[in-house]
Write a protein that binds this ligand. Structure first.
Ligand SMILES: [Zn+2]
Length: 189
């Protein structure tokens, strides 16, 4: 359906003569503009017997029309960054946990372990991020916390209600050492 662009490592060219791609807001179904991240929807143009019409793939990506550095004019799509199943809606904004991970990886002084807590406070959603600081480093927690908040605002287009930094190995692990990353407490009410 798509093949790696030879000039840009961040995208693939869709075989537009066989597939018509669109990216929509998974909540509203509205078609999004170029560069806006949403759910990939595909229509097959040449497939016989089992054609698909605006098939919702569940994959999160963005499209770019126009010519590319490699000279191709077919639609370029970003690499898939997540699944709509993982998407949260917080105060009307679509939040992808993969974006939170990107923000955490971008800040020095943090380990890769974190958790997301989403709650409903009255009629308002709140989102809190808890991240573990790296082991064996003398981390300036205040500075790291500020940088993480900034990175989250950039990635999410939303200001988190809380950003907490905790000691290494203090976020709850399961018996097999895995970390549950998302706690959506709104489901319980
Ligand atoms: Zn290209």
């Amino acid at each position: 359906m798509a093949a790696q662009c030879e000039a840009r490592s961040d995208g693939m060219h869709v075989q537009s003569d066989h597939f018509y791609p669109e990216v929509i807001d998974p909540e509203t179904g509205n078609v999004l503009d170029d560069g806006e991240e949403g759910e990939l929807v595909l229509t097959t143009l040449t497939k016989e017997a089992l054609p698909l019409f605006r098939y919702r793939t569940g994959d999160i990506t963005a499209l770019h029309h126009g010519s590319c550095d490699c000279g191709r004019t077919t639609v370029r799509m970003d690499h898939v960054t997540g699944r709509t199943d993982d998407m949260l809606t917080v105060r009307g904004t679509n939040v992808f946990p993969s974006r939170i991970e990107t923000a955490i990886y971008a800040v020095d002084g943090l380990s890769s372990v974190y958790r997301i807590d989403v709650r409903r406070d009255g009629s308002l959603d709140t989102i809190e991020i808890t991240a573990e600081v790296e082991r064996d480093t003398d981390v300036d927690r205040e500075g790291v916390g500020e940088r993480l908040t900034e990175a989250l605002e950039t990635e999410l287009q939303l200001t988190p209600d809380g950003v907490r930094l905790v000691d290494p190995k203090t976020i709850e692990r399961t018996e097999v050492g895995k970390v549950k990353r998302l706690y959506d407490h709104r489901d319980l009410s």
